[in-house]
Design a protein around this ligand. Sequence first.
Ligand code: MTE
Ligand code: MO
Length: 325
Amino acid sequence: MNIITSKPWDSKSLRPTEEKHYLNRRKALRQLGLATGGLLTAPLLGLKQRQKQNLDFTFVGLSDYFPADLNKRYTLDRPMTSEYDATHYNNFYEFISREDPNIYNVYKFVDQFDTRDWRFEVSGLANRTGVYFLEEMIKQFGLEERTYRHRCVERWSMAVPWTGFPMKKFVDFFGPQNGANYIKMTSFADPVVMPGVRNLNHYPWPYTEGLRIDEARNDVAFIATGLYGKTLPKQNGAPMRLVVPWKYGYKNTKSIIKFEFTKEEPTTFWNQVAPDEYPFISNVDPTVPHPRWSQEFEKMIPDGEQRPTLKYNGYGEFVAQMYNK
Ligand SMILES: Nc1nc2c(c(=O)[nH]1)N[C@H]1C(S)=C(S)[C@@H](COP(=O)(O)O)O[C@H]1N2
Ligand SMILES: [Mo]
C-alpha cells in the first residue's frame, strides 16, 4: 500500500513537526500497528509520548547506539582523512545557498534540517512495505564501523570511518519479491529548509539514485548512520545515507526518505541532468573516462596528493564477480 502520494515534495510529509502532516503520522503509526483508539484523538503534542509508550522498543536517540565495533575485514591503504575535512568539504546540492554558492561549503546551511525521529517509506515489490523508524532498524540490525575509501566522480577522494549496518540485512528484512530487480532511493527534499531545492529550479528534485538488487545485497554495500564514531553530520547525509565505495560518490544517496523495490531500472537525478555523463552503473574504473576528464588519477583531500585510480576503487575482491558474468 502506498501511504504517501508522490508529489514533488512528498518527503516532507514524513517529517514530524508540522500539524498538517499529522494525518500521515497517524497512518504511519497505524501501519506499524501502533495506533490505538486514543491516538485518533490525541493532540499533536501528546503524540510523541504515545509513540514511546506503544512501540515495542524505547526511543533513546541514535547517539545511544554509538560507538560501534570496528569490522576489521575492510582495511585502508592510505591515511584516514581528518574528521574536519570530511565534514567541511561536502557535496550536497540540496544545501547550496546563494549566500555562499560554493558546493563544498554546504555545512554552513544545514541548521534548519531536522533529522530527529527519522522515518522512511518502503514501497514496491517487497514483502514488507510501509513507514518505518530508522531507530527500529538500528535496534534490529545493530551497528558496526567500517573504514572505506570514498571517490567522487570529480576525482577527489577520502578515506573515512562510517558507522552503520550492511545493506544486505536491510534488503533481506524487507524481502524483495520475484520480479524486484532494483532498489530506488529518494532523498529528503524540502524547499523550506534546503536552499538548493528552493533555488536550483532546473534540477529534477528530489535526488534519486538506485542499485541492482544484487549490488544492494553485496557485502560492501552499507547504510551509514554515523561517521567518526558519532551520528552522521547533516552535511554528510544524516541520519541515513547509502555507502557504495566501489561506485562514484553520486551513487551514495544522502538523507534517504524512501526505498522502492522496482522491476525496471529507476531513473536517477544525475542521469536525468546529463545522461551521457552519469550512467546508472557508475563503477569506479580508470579505463573509462568521464566525457569531460580522465579517470586515471584521483586526488586525495586535502593535499591533492595524486594516486592512480583503482578499478572498483580497490573493492574488486568483493564486487568484481557481480560484473564478470
Ligand atoms: N541527496 C544527495 N545525495 C548526494 C549528493 C547530493 O548532492 N544530494 N551528492 C553526492 C556526491 S556527488 C558525493 S561525492 C557524495 C559526497 O558525500 P560526502 O559529502 O559525505 O563526502 O554524496 C552524494 N550524495
Ligand atoms: Mo561527487
